[in-house]
Design a protein around this ligand. Sequence first.
Ligand code: FES
Length: 485
Amino acid sequence: MRLLQISPLKQLLTHSRFLLTLRSEQGKYHSLILFRLSLDNATADTPSKMLEKAANRQIYVMESTCPHLGADMSHAEIEEYEESTVAVCPWHRYDFDLRTGKSETGLRTCTYSVEVKLEDETEKVYIETPSDGTNWRLIELRPVSEEFADPPPAPSQPIVQVNPVILSEPTEPVVPLTDAPRTLMQWAVLILNTAHPTLKVLRTRHAVQLFRTGQLDSIGHKSSTAPRPPDVPPREDSYLQNTVNPGKMKGRKNLAVMLHALANIEQWAIDLAWDIMARFGPSHPDLPPAFFSDFTKMALDESKHFSLLTSRLSATSPSTPYGTMPVHASLWESATITSHSLRSRLAIIHLVHEARGLDVNPGTIERFRRAGDTGSVSVMEIIHADEVTHVTSGHRWFTWLCERQGGLDPVATFREEVRKGWRGNVKGPFNIDDREKAGLTPAFYEHLTGEMDEEEMREKIGGVAGVEDLNLAEPMAKVSIKYDA
Ligand code: FES
């Protein structure tokens, strides 16, 4: 049995559930869920006590998706019986023994042995690696959410403690009073059609929570009546009035401008996460639930980023809250250009645009640091760590798609997609370490140039209702703060 060290035990005492992403040297992914059942967080002072406590800590690891129909197990209920402890799937309540993975229904999920070893007087947690690959590497280890913080938040505390800045109260309820969505696809389209940024954030939180806890157990992408997403998500009139050519913003690099521009990008990023599900789910009925788990997580992360940034903006520049400065829609150009193909969408949005974010974020963080704005530094560090996982998701589903489409070579296919769907060089300097963590080796992006010419690009984004309203007069306008710093 091969073991992989995942963390010092101490770092697993902050929460009772963690999500782990592993990648093999062959490029295979496994998403696992770690449950830590023991409430005993006291530190041990002698090596023998440490081991004794480790044995009592009851750490279990299993696949994070249910083998029945693929529900996300991160919010499974844990039930303890005399002989066994089981995780109960939130969708159809099949139970899976945490040790053996067996369910009374006859299904079985994969579980992975856990060992806690004492090394250099530190307890370190190791897990067994999956058998369908070699040289497994831990790509991500993160708490499922604040709900599973240890000690748990007091009941009066909100689950997500960052509240969006409310510029104007949304006039609609989070759940529509008539025709409330009954599937994930319906929620996705509702959120895409929600112009008010605060309501978009609240609906995203609500829908993801319903999906994770099994209160929404239908994705709906295989249905012939799945709703269509809008070509361009609407924005409130006040935001449209402020929409200008981002070129005019050049040179205005003060901190408030940066925070405003970053928040605008995150608002579009919420839409991009919902759009990939709503637009390509129905045309790819073979997409497994894990795809939707990854992109709902991304939507939730982006809404958290938007809230964090708008809160920082209000705190540091009360006279210019979100919505008072010019914004642009250049990220949506690439969404429009790639609206015909999931492969192209994953390549251009998630492996070019988002990967560029990994390159420039450290510079942005440094600028806030130099200005003494430690609050924004912390916010940007959270965003950066999340974005590594978003590029990982892009790489995971791009390689999955290549495999499904006849075993295409991911590197060659990616380069071909960029050649067709991008204009100009894929620019460095590159954050090689974080790109590599996310699965992007230099072979993907080095010496790569998009060959789409201007006419072709105009043709692709032309004729899409709503694009003109967003003032995409400069079709290849740069996202001046985040991606082109
Ligand atoms: S019991 Fe888990 S998806 Fe049905």
